[in-house]
Design a protein around this ligand. Sequence first.
Ligand code: NAD
Ligand code: IPM
Ligand code: MN
Length: 369
Amino acid sequence: MAAYSLLMLPGDGIGPEVMRQVRRVIDWMSRRRDLEFTVSEGLVGGCAIDAHGVPLSEATMEQALAADAVLLGAVGGPKWDTVSYDKRPEAGLLRLRKELELFANLRPAVVFDALVDASTLKPEVVRGLDIMIVRELTGGIYFGEPRGIEDLGNGIRRGINTQVYTTPEIQRVARVAFELARKRGNKVCSCEKRNVMESGLLWNQDVTALHAAEYKDVELSHMLADAAAMQLVRNPKQFDVIVTDNLFGDILSDEAAMLTGSIGMLPSASLGAADASGRRKALYEPVHGSAPDIAGRDVANPIASLLSFGMALRYSFDRAEEADLLDRAVQNVLKGGMRTADIMSPGMARCSTSVMGDSILRELDKLVA
Ligand code: NAD
Ligand code: IPM
Ligand code: MN
């Protein structure tokens, strides 16, 4: 059996703390299942700025292009908040996404039964929730030109960003959403702001045309993105798959995270197009950031990162059985009452990042015993 190459980029803040637990699960999978990984590590974000003066070195970019999958922790922090945009920690992550052409970002928001009470919403609103946000990841206002800050003189400056989408960019991500919906609840809700943005109108028209041509069997609806933000907390279970642009997807997925109890629970997969042999470039990362407010204290929730590795097992390595095993281990540990601080509720046992990792590994052992 050929070994899969994994590039781990733990990054900044809580990134290294949560990725340490991911490494333990990778090693467990190598030991206990017929899976072989060659794992290398690299720097991205603030730690790469400190070491090399850039948020992503050419060598690390090359490694990422060659890897079967990249696993990223998180980037950023107050230490690097004053540097220019092209040199910020976040620029390293954006470059990875752009150069690997990871145009589809899958962000599932699933409420585990044991965590129904951890959500700030009423139990009946979130119980059983299982939605998938498909966020466009390599276009839109994150990358549009022109951008920058212009000096107009007399102390007046102008900040510019450009929202821009083309039909192929819209249709390739919509296609991912329709294909996913066919394997789930068969519904896609496309979100934009066609009432004020031409790019939103084009998004709406291109999704509609693709649906009519190839996906009539899938139920398609359209919603203005602001209304979708409201519906996500009013009645989130009306949604199955949501497809939306880069910026709205960023915001809606943080909102969806809180339906599940904590942003520390939400994994993601960023996928490129499949090549002739069916392989896609891919990067897996939690939806949360580097959480500078809790970094270095071994209190962060590692579950979002662990489930992101689960998505790698599913989408890059076709190992649904192992991904299910990991999901089940996480669910059983939560059922047993173990909680990191972010998902703590009365009567449960508060634990550290590493003890959550210990418990999940022990549960994996039990499940295959
Ligand atoms: P954040 O997601 O880092 O933190 C928001 C809040 O959620 C904080 O209170 C934090 O303590 C909490 N939190 C986040 N992850 C958690 C976890 N696993 N367990 C428990 N609590 C958790 O967002 P922010 O504070 O707005 O951003 C901090 C930095 O992270 C910024 O520099 C930002 O650019 C960066 N960021 C990076 C990524 C990424 O690398 N993918 C994503 C989002 C933000
Ligand atoms: C995310 C983050 C990133 C984004 C930042 C860190 C560039 O918020 O992955 O959700 O805005 O895409
Ligand atoms: Mn975000």
